[in-house]
Design a binder for this molecule. Structure first.
Ligand SMILES: Nc1ncnc2c1ncn2[C@@H]1O[C@H](COP(=O)(O)OP(=O)(O)OP(=O)(O)O)[C@@H](O)[C@H]1O
Ligand SMILES: [Mg+2]
Ligand SMILES: [Zn+2]
Length: 323
């Protein structure tokens, strides 16, 4: 038998019971959808962009009536429980994007203790892959929680505006800063060059505070294009520097330690975070092997992780040596 379409546990057909609980309120749901992307997109294309979910990838809304199967939401003003992303429509290996995002999110959660938007790997009726994520911006009673991305928090103008992760970090509570450092290192090691200001958000808590939301949109972007290792610079003094292309962002663990220091994270916490990433390559590889990626994409992913690890564990600091 195959892997669970949620947690990738062995010997599972469809979803294991704990994923059914986490994702679908304990209902039986099959990863095989009864509809196609085209059924959703035809409807979306006809709509004005009253579409409240931003981002460049195509996406649609999914609902789940009590005791029934997942259904495509056609009325975009109606509440939806899930967001679905079909495969990429361009770039390299576009059909690998749902499996890529799915395994990366699961690694973040299971191996590195990162709070994520719960997710699953699905298939449309015609067999093409899809990535499903459970919306985190509703509370248990269905009330909408405020969410604000960092373009808006930092009044940045656009998602690649000249802001840095230090600018983001300084907005966060001490507890969230520790989470943020872990998230950034995870993204560096898993080759995610797409953590721009719209991929980091604050979410309203039950008490009405704005705290870092669960992570979303985590994937190894190197499988689909060649880009920088991080979308933004770590440090403020880098905001205006124009290093030659390819020279940018070649950080090492020492830079992330410096980043932690600047965010006033306690040294013991920084060390604990760095240690969490030591000797994890085996576990990361095992998870990639269990994923829904093709063998070719698994190889690409692993090679990239090896490369990133090599860069990370160097003992020199990029910042000092390049200013
Ligand atoms: N599970 C979720 N619950 C609530 N909101 C979410 C969830 N997942 C994503 N979002 C919101 O939807 C937006 C788009 O999602 P996502 O970043 O995954 O799409 P994208 O099109 O891949 O983005 P990008 O433009 O970065 O490629 C996010 O910026 C976030 O605000
Ligand atoms: Mg995004
Ligand atoms: Zn599972």
């Amino acid at each position: 038998m195959a892997q669970c379409n949620g947690c990738l546990k062995d010997n599972t057909k469809g979803f294991c019971s704990s994923c059914e609980a986490i994702l679908f309120d304990r209902s039986k749901v099959t990863p095989q959808l009864k509809f196609n992307w085209e059924d959703i997109s035809k409807k979306i294309d006809g709509q004005p962009m009253g579409f409240s979910i931003s981002g460049v990838q195509r996406k649609g809304f999914i609902g789940k009536p009590r005791g029934k199967e997942l259904v495509a939401k056609m009325d975009l003003n109606e509440k939806s429980q899930y967001i679905i992303k079909p495969m990429l429509s361009r770039l390299n290996s576009p059909d690998q994007s749902p499996a890529n995002e799915h395994v990366t999110m699961q690694m973040a959660k299971q191996l590195f203790n990162i709070r994520i938007a719960e997710c699953a790997f699905m298939n449309f009726a015609n067999g093409t892959p899809a990535y499903l994520t459970k919306r985190f911006d509703y509370d248990v009673n269905g009330g909408k929680l405020n969410q604000e991305d960092f373009v808006s928090v930092l009044k940045a103008g656009n998602k690649y505006a000249s802001k840095t992760y230090q600018d983001v970090g300084e907005w966060l509570s001490p507890l969230n800063r520790v989470d943020f450092l872990r998230i950034l290192i995870f993204n560096f090691l898993t080759g995610n060059g797409d953590v721009h200001l719209k991929n980091i958000s604050l979410l309203e808590t039950a008490d009405g505070d704005m705290m870092l939301s669960p992570s979303y949109d985590l994937m190894n972007t190197k499988i689909h294009l060649s880009d920088n290792s991080l979308a933004l610079n770590l440090f403020k003094e880098f905001e205006q520097t124009n290093l030659p292309l390819g020279e940018k962002y070649r950080y090492t663990k020492e830079d992330f330690i410096e980043f932690g220091n600047r965010l006033k994270i306690k040294a013991t916490n920084i060390t604990r975070i760095i240690d969490l990433f030591a000797k994890k390559e085996g576990a990361v590889f095992a998870m990639i092997d269990k994923s829904f990626l093709t063998d070719n994409a698994k190889e690409l992913y692993k090679n990239n992780v090896v490369e990133n690890n090599k860069a990370f564990w160097q003992s020199k600091r990029f910042v000092i040596s390049n200013l």
